[in-house]
Design a protein around this ligand. Structure first.
Ligand SMILES: Cc1cc2nc3c(=O)[nH]c(=O)nc-3n(C[C@H](O)[C@H](O)[C@H](O)COP(=O)(O)O)c2cc1C
Ligand code: SF4
Length: 500
């Protein structure tokens, strides 16, 4: 089913794999498409995803950091090139995600929806309509309206919406602006152009809404003309970590964790959300397809999502960042060559720091996932060994480089706690032959092994297993991959705890 096509109004997706929008910070402050942006999305398209949703681009000209823009006709030539490059590279459909956001400042102040006049709301509706028309003119196959996370339309949908007029209070009122936007977009783009919406099915904040409201929203938005509903979770300002002198980043609190669930969360942790929303649509006689997302990284889980009716499409952001060729590899039954995301969230930390969002496993300076059709796996030189020492609350692993006919791309680090089984715990770039494990508890024995992989993802043999125990009371238990500061060590490995 994963590789069966799905038609969304006029766009036929060749398979059910979706790249959900993922800011890359490649555009620069001018908001224009450049070579890096084009190359990044062409690479995703080439990998074979059925739908590539291009990262959020602004419908208005408010100041922001590096962010793509679709707020004026001057952006059209670049957007045309982007749509064309994706279509030339792969078979999937391409939709841009379009966004309106409110002002934030370094003092921690942020504009809230109750400060917007009725004229401001009219302008937002118009800006979305004009941007969607540009998306069509640029040659995209559809458009996705961003109603998720901490941004304007999501803040209207929110239970924390403080307005006291017809745009706040009841769920019907909170939906008024998003529905107006959708209706305006539909009237501008016509009936032969797909329009999707993305919103959160659970705000994941105290006092926020959850699936009972999301079920109603989905039905209302589908009836108002949404052709596909993509569900996210959390990502709110309300629980964002306050850092003096820094603008609030809405993914630093618990709701941010739920939006981009890290290694400590279960695979598919947010699936009850699309499942509940899709059921509401079907109960209302609506066949609107639903995109499920949130730590879906294995073929078995993706198949299960479709089989259990938890979604019609499977959204994978970080898994496709780590390996854009994942759809082709799955289609060809080569899952064992997928370079796996370990959900250590280094990419999220880069975004948070306005740095270009690369997967930290990619070869440095390439700025892209490598490409290769090689089938020969790496090998260990005779006598190569893995050594391990425990000091200052950390375990340090070192090994000799593996050999490959092309190049060793990286090493999977496998770890077992006590008598447990070895699981894929971290991945390290091929240039590095060391890994420091700071996430250890004192007094607990750990076993480790290392496995090399090449540019095509072919895995070599597993090394011998070594063990270590740090002194009781010495382990600091700190996760290595989720810190705000981006330091050099962080950029050489991504640490998670996936099964081998
Ligand atoms: C670096 C980064 C940037 C993101 N930017 C966006 C965005 O522009 N719009 C959006 O709706 N979601 C954004 N997301 C959320 C993803 O689309 C996705 O919902 C989330 O990462 C969970 O899916 P995953 O577990 O497959 O990564 C972003 C996620 C990451 C990691
Ligand atoms: S940086 Fe880490 S979390 Fe992000 S895509 Fe790469 S492996 Fe996954």
């Amino acid at each position: 089913m994963l590789f069966s096509p799905l038609t969304i109004r006029t766009a036929t997706l060749p398979n059910r794999i979706v790249l959900p929008a993922m800011v890359t910070r490649l555009s620069g402050e001018d908001g224009r498409v450049n070579d890096d942006v084009r190359a990044r999305y062409a690479r995703f398209a080439k990998g074979g995803a059925g739908l590539v949703v291009v990262e959020a681009m602004a419908v208005h000209s408010a100041k922001s950091g590096p962010l793509l823009r679709i707020s004026g006709d001057e952006f059209l030539p670049g957007l045309k090139d982007l749509a064309g490059a994706c279509h030339d590279a792969g078979p999937g459909a391409v939709f841009p995600q379009i966004i309106h956001f409110l002002k934030i400042s370094r003092s921690g102040w942020r504009q809230t929806v109750d400060t917007l006049s009725l004229e401001d709301l009219d302008a937002i509706v118009e800006a979305y309509g004009a941007a969607a028309a540009r998306a069509r003119t640029a040659g995209f196959d559809g458009v996705e309206l961003h109603m998720a996370h901490a941004y304007t339309l999501s803040s209207f949908l929110s239970r924390m919406n403080p307005r006291r007029d017809a745009y706040g209070g009841s769920l019907e009122n909170r939906m008024r602006l998003p529905v107006r936007v959708l209706e305006r977009v539909r009237s501008v783009v016509g009936h032969d152009f797909p329009v999707g919406v993305r919103f959160v099915g659970d705000e994941c904040i105290r006092g926020g809404y959850s699936t009972p409201d999301a079920r109603v929203m989905a039905v209302r938005l589908a009836r108002a003309g949404a052709d596909v509903i993509s569900l996210s979770a959390g990502g709110k300002f309300e629980d964002a970590r306050v850092i003096e002198g820094e603008p609030l980043y809405p993914y630093t609190g618990y709701s941010g964790d739920r939006c981009m669930p890290g290694a400590a969360y279960a695979d598919g942790t947010n699936l009850p959300i699309p499942e509940a929303v899709r059921a509401a649509l079907r109960e209302s006689g609506l066949e609107t397809p639903v995109v499920a997302a949130g730590k879906i990284g294995t073929r078995a889980l993706a198949d299960a999502v479709l089989a259990k009716g938890q979604g019609d499409l499977v959204g994978m952001a970080r898994a496709l960042l780590a390996d854009p060729d994942l759809p082709r590899k799955w289609r060809d039954n080569r899952e064992d060559t997928v370079v796996r995301c370990v959900y250590g969230n280094v990419c999220k930390t880069l975004d948070e720091n306005f740095r270009r969002v690369d997967c930290t496993l990619w070869p440095k300076k390439l700025g892209q996932a490598p490409e290769s059709d090689d089938v020969e796996a790496p090998t260990w030189p005779v006598g190569a060994g893995l050594s391990c020492s425990a000091e200052k609350g950390r375990v340090l692993l070192r090994w000799q480089p593996a050999a490959d006919n092309q190049a060793v791309y990286g090493y999977e680090v496998l770890r077992a706690e006590g008598d447990g089984i070895l699981v894929h715990y971290a991945s390290v770039r091929g240039v590095s032959q060391r890994f420091e494990d700071a996430r250890v508890a004192g007094g607990v024995p750990y076993r480790y092994a290392v496995r090399p992989y090449d540019l095509a993802g072919n895995r070599g043999p597993m090394s011998a297993t070594v063990s270590a125990t740090v002194r009781d009371g010495d382990g600091d238990g700190q996760p290595a991959g989720d810190a705000r500061a981006v330091d050099a060590a962080l950029l050489d490995a991504c640490t998670g705890d996936r099964r081998a």
